[in-house]
Design a protein around this ligand. Sequence first.
Ligand SMILES: NC(=O)c1ccc[n+]([C@@H]2O[C@H](COP(=O)([O-])OP(=O)(O)OC[C@H]3O[C@@H](n4cnc5c(N)ncnc54)[C@H](OP(=O)(O)O)[C@@H]3O)[C@@H](O)[C@H]2O)c1
Length: 483
Amino acid sequence: MVDRKANIGVVGLAVMGSNLARNLASREGNTVAVFNRSPGRTDELVEEHPEAEFVAATTYEEFAASLSTPRTAIIMVQAGKGTDAVIDELVKVFEPGDIIVDGGNAFFKDTIRREKAVRETGINFVGAGISGGEEGALKGPSIMPGGSAEAYETLGPILASIAAIAEGEPCVTHVGTDGAGHFVKMIHNGIEYADMQLIAEAYDLIRRGTGKSPAEIADIFAEWNKGELESYLIEITAEVLRQVDAETGTPLVDVILDQAGAKGTGAWTVQTALDLGIPVSGIAEAVFARSLSSKPAQRAAASDLPGPTEAWTVDDSDGTSTDTFIEDVRLALYASKMIAYAQGFDEIVAGAEEYGWDIHKGDIAKIWRGGCIIRAQFLNRITEAYAENSDLPTLLVAPYFRDAITGAEPSWRRVVSTAATAGIPSPAFSSSLSYYDGLRADRLPASLIQGQRDFFGAHTYKRIDKEGTFHTLWSGDRTEISS
Ligand SMILES: NC(=O)c1ccc[n+]([C@@H]2O[C@H](COP(=O)([O-])OP(=O)(O)OC[C@H]3O[C@@H](n4cnc5c(N)ncnc54)[C@H](OP(=O)(O)O)[C@@H]3O)[C@@H](O)[C@H]2O)c1
């Protein structure tokens, strides 16, 4: 029998759950109950961390009995079937008013479904996106909870106690109802894919163009990290590039197989964007670039297809071109990064509209400033932009972003054209620039597409000079009729 009551419980004690439980236990006022399907993990955690004074349970009944009411439990188990299995068990032993939090990487539509089903029992269900990996879970993640405002009243202070702190504020906010938290976490991951791909393209261009070693490029990234690009991903890029493989003595980046893995949240972001009709081209290219990298047979078969015959390098005969090129790449990276965030926020706006969430975009940028993988200085600029005008049609027209893109644009074009001429793949840089040019164009060839659609499918079109819908009698006398 359990004799101590806990104010919070954690179910699922693999790397994320055990770190989150330790984080919770380290905060003043918390007593943490822990439970894992296989008791071995629970025993191990309790044994290794006596300082946490966990209340360990071996059954769901014991776990429920160990929690003070209203009971609050965070599930950190394998997303999908594991989450459903744990919810089914907790619902049996919890009571109306209790709170079940899913802190795993659930797809937001599953969270909407689960919230609806659990709500019918009177129990609150909160889908909370948690970012920051295992270190974040232990030291302070960025937390994106959804669910009801009522549940957040109890849960908010507990989450705030374990979240990362950025500029004095905890990186947690009530994102919106039901699946809003997991939706925003999904977009976070999508932006993370784009950010990583852009950094990888910048590295590749500098390496191939200047012949600098990974360690030298690490110094460049470390320098960039002191300016407007300052971010966790730029910081760790320098660390990875500096790492030397102990076995071969060569840079680690040169012995790592060049096939990038993915766990699917980037693909969810793109699939959802397609459903919502939002062009997240930078994120999509990042997801596709990982897919392409992971096709060794196709890559081998295509390796002798024609391309530029001479390997390209920067002509540095004037002694300054290398530095100019590196600065161009830095600015192209910054401009493309702005596009990725602008597209991600467009998807948040569209999701909020579709699913009825009152999402405060500036607050989302704020809670991403600490604890999470995309944490960056730059997020302050996004918060400021939305504070000035919460209805911005696109982030890119906010004064800061307009000015920053204006400064970067010539460099961005030079880098994309250099990459194309040199035969160096730059899918995220190039697609971001194309998106930018598409957005700012007075007129797009979409008019021709409308003409084609009307030709083969009588899909009709609108005109720029009068109201109404029209169709040309393509297989008849080609006169135009109103339809
Ligand atoms: N790893 C990261 O960096 C990271 C970052 C953010 C979010 N997340 C998310 O956090 C969650 C936990 O991640 P993780 O890497 O710590 O663990 P994981 O490998 O995703 O899952 C293992 C845990 O799930 C439990 N589990 C699986 N199926 C179960 C079932 N049917 N019933 C009860 N428990 C079940 C396992 O229990 P047993 O010990 O009994 O097998 C174990 O505790 C996941 O949703 C993950 O996507 C992970």
